[in-house]
Write a protein that binds this ligand. Sequence first.
Ligand code: FAD
Ligand code: FES
Length: 512
Amino acid sequence: MAGFSSSPWAAGTALPGVPALHEDLTTEVCVVGAGIAGLATAARIAAEGLSVVVLDRVGIGAGETGRTTAHLTCALDARFRRLERFHGPEGARRAAASHAAAIEMIAAQTARAPEECWFEWVDGYLFDPEGGDADALHEEAEAARRAGLDVEELAAPPLPFATGRCLRFPRQAQVHALRLLEALAAQVRGGRGRIFRAEATEFEDGEPATVRTSEGLRVRARSLVIATDTPINNRFAIHTKQASSRTYAIAFPPPAGFPRGLFWDTLEPYHYVRRARVGPDPGGEVLMVGGEDHRTGEAEDADARYERLEAWARDRIGGLGRVTHRWSGQVQEPVDGLAFIGRNPGDGHVYVATGFSGNGITHGTLAGVLLADLVLGRPNDWASVYEPGRISLRAAPSFLRENVKTAGHYAELASGGDVEDEEQIARGQGAIVRRGLRKVAVYRDPSGELHERSAHCTHLGCVVAWNGAERTWDCPCHGSRFDVDGNVVHGPAVAPLAAVDDPKPDPRPVPA
Ligand SMILES: Cc1cc2nc3c(=O)[nH]c(=O)nc-3n(C[C@H](O)[C@H](O)[C@H](O)COP(=O)(O)OP(=O)(O)OC[C@H]3O[C@@H](n4cnc5c(N)ncnc54)[C@H](O)[C@@H]3O)c2cc1C
Ligand code: FES
């Protein structure tokens, strides 16, 4: 993945490699994706004594879990006033309880190797910026209490800059997410589990359920779990109920005396700041600042976003050195605030885990428990709130808003290109060029050579957009991403962008 931005954790961590899959296999459970959701599920299933095969296109932690900032909180991004509205008081309570349980599970998981996983209990502070709406914050505190959380209202968080009031949530945490994955992978391999490198491209429900790989190999399993951040096995069912967002983070050497804790503001999108351990001492800590989210494929101004994050930090925090890291990643935002974890709509033996929002490490961890229970036919109290087939009428306005935006991107098919012709594309840059009826994604590499692919996303046919910060082609409709040679970097697409001289017609746009 050379050329992509990298988090300080990923930059400093060599995870064990995984062998390529070379033969057809039969197993009790097959999990696709070796991020937090896939490995938490596989570890749980291995601990039950079942055989499990994990397939990952690249390797352990190669997806968004390698880019996470791993703050662990049950004070969910969706906020409890909203969760109560969408899921009722009982749903909000189950959401809070399941995330609190996930933090405890991560604590137990990492207790075996505390020095390596750098798990740390800290308080979490949701704060208003100066002049914020104190009434709204108080209402959020009340809703969080009704959901069963312990929350204290304070005049201000212990930050070295002026803010409005805040809520303090005790017993929140942070962790080195890749070390956590390493511990989970060891647990998988310690049981009847195996992890392989393979790209899954086709999925069939049945007895057995089958995954086919890009190399033409097959894995047959009694149950199949798709844990690829966004489901790559279904074209519509989930993708109309969530939107992909890009999110940005930067790191500095921590200024002396900066308090420990998770701090995030009430703006939308929010800013967060905290110090975190990323490597062995000395110099093993960073001060991290993040935010500036936007829907994937809808903005090409990453540099400006990094600069705004830096300005936000420098305006508030004295003694900051130079920025040491900057990176971005993708989160899946569900329209009703909670993940989709459970049986894939319409299937009998295929399960999905997606829609984790900015709470992916806890959502992924609780997915492990929930999916293991479903696979084993056991009841689970959390199943109803995370049911993937749910339709919340109260979330209809957000649902419509997101889908109107998606539909708007189909208009791109009829418009011109970003530039008249490829001569206007600078080295290291990409742009869309119209050639007759076809739109072409053209990238000029640093040596001047052109890389051209069809610009039509292989998921449902939207036109991709250039992401200059990551040098990828990103699809604004459901968040698929492709490298400059058209290979899939992120689903839901599973097929590469077509060659420009491919005689097959471009994928027909299918509004979803
Ligand atoms: C910058 C940033 C900050 C964040 N901060 C936080 C935070 O503070 N706290 C928090 O809880 N969450 C946070 N999140 C969210 C969280 O990181 C993610 O939601 C979570 O890591 C997603 O985990 P996952 O297992 O679902 O997906 P991933 O980690 O993306 O794993 C999916 C895996 O599937 C593999 N895969 C994909 N397609 C295929 C295929 N066709 N065949 C085989 N394998 C395939 C990929 O290679 C990948 O390894 C953050 C995210 C970002 C980007
Ligand atoms: S991701 Fe769905 S059309 Fe591109």
